[in-house]
Design a protein around this ligand. Structure first.
Ligand SMILES: O=P(O)(O)OC[C@H]1O[C@H](O)[C@H](O)[C@@H](O)[C@@H]1O
Length: 314
């Protein structure tokens, strides 16, 4: 994925666009104060569910994406025909009492289980709008997350995360940069825990044959090692499996007539998850195909790690 940038400033309502010289932090603030002086075409901020601030990206073709500052979570990726390729679970809440259950939550600085809370804190804190831009005519927004007393209470490091999201007619691209702003090294694991809308009996994931697997079923804390032998992974029952050194491109047939190419750089691993009868009310309607970094990323002071993901409808 190549991301080249051209900034334009056109006035639209609710713009969150912030010029570097005038950068402000929009974190846990009322939507009214998000109606800034600057604008990027196709980027707006509105009130989402539970009155939480939500960035809406609208591409010239009419595709749309919703991004909650809470958790830096993309909850919706709608094609121009209105079809939403992401899924939010019916038990999701938008009250900051727990992470948003659906869309693309972050797992950082831990893909659980592990010593801190399952999947880390990045999915249950407010990110800020750092910047907005037009990228080859398509809308983009960058969110920011830094350590604070809450994060330090469980992970005592100074870090800076930037998460750029760009929407085009047929793709949704992200770039995550984690920088060590501490004086000491740290390590982390991470994932983009993407929930795709699906019809689970028809779901097929291609591209994983030959990968080393860590099967978290039955015991997530003690996964079983194996090798994926199938060209096509399907979901006849409960699935919770890590694939190490996964290829840079996977193909998801969501069982609803869509083929989605999931390509990445630097997300070396993948995770497939469907809870089957553990979530009887909704398991048939989604599948999680997650780009992940399961083995620790080690960063020295001032070093950073960058990974990109592109979801593209074939
Ligand atoms: O319920 P959550 O904390 O969101 O986690 C949901 C799931 O995330 C990943 O896919 C893990 O591999 C699973 O073990 C976990 O159950």
């Amino acid at each position: 994925m190549s991301i080249s940038c051209m900034k334009i400033a056109l006035p639209t309502q609710y713009s969150p666009c912030v010029r570097p010289a005038n950068r402000q932090r929009y974190r846990g603030v009322a939507v009214a104060s998000l109606r800034g002086d600057f604008a990027t075409l196709g980027v707006s901020v509105t009130e989402g569910e539970g009155n939480l601030p939500k960035v809406v990206l609208t591409s010239p073709s009419g595709s749309e994406a919703d991004v909650y500052l809470y958790g830096g979570c993309i909850t919706s990726w709608r094609l121009a025909n209105g079809k939403d390729l992401l899924f939010v679970r019916p038990d999701a809440v938008f009250n900051k009492k727990k992470p948003i259950s659906g869309g693309i939550p972050h797992c950082f600085p831990q893909f659980g289980p592990g010593p801190i809370q399952q999947h880390g804190f990045a999915r249950n804190v407010d990110w800020s709008v750092f910047d907005s831009e037009s990228v080859e005519g398509n809308p983009g927004v960058t969110l920011e997350l830094k350590d604070d007393s809450y994060s330090r209470s469980m992970w005592d490091f100074s870090f800076h995360a930037l998460y750029k999201i760009i929407l085009s007619e047929r793709s949704l691209s992200t770039e995550l940069i984690i920088k060590n702003t501490d004086k000491k090294p740290f390590s982390f694991t991470t994932a983009l825990h993407t929930y795709f809308h699906a019809s689970i009996s028809g779901v097929k994931v291609r591209g994983l044959k030959g990968c080393k697997t860590l099967n978290k079923d039955p015991d997530p804390t003690n996964p079983l090692e194996g090798v994926e032998e199938s060209d096509v992974v399907s979901f006849p029952g409960f699935v919770d499996c890590v694939y190490l050194d996964a290829p840079g491109e996977l193909n998801l047939d969501n069982g609803l007539g869509d083929n989605i190419l999931i390509s990445n750089t630097n997300w070396s691993d993948a995770v497939l998850w469907n809870p089957h009868l553990q979530m009887e009310a909704c398991y048939k309607d989604f599948v999680c195909v997650e780009n992940a970094k399961i083995r620790k990323v080690q960063l020295e002071p001032d070093q950073s790690w960058t990974a990109t993901q592109e979801l593209r409808i074939a």
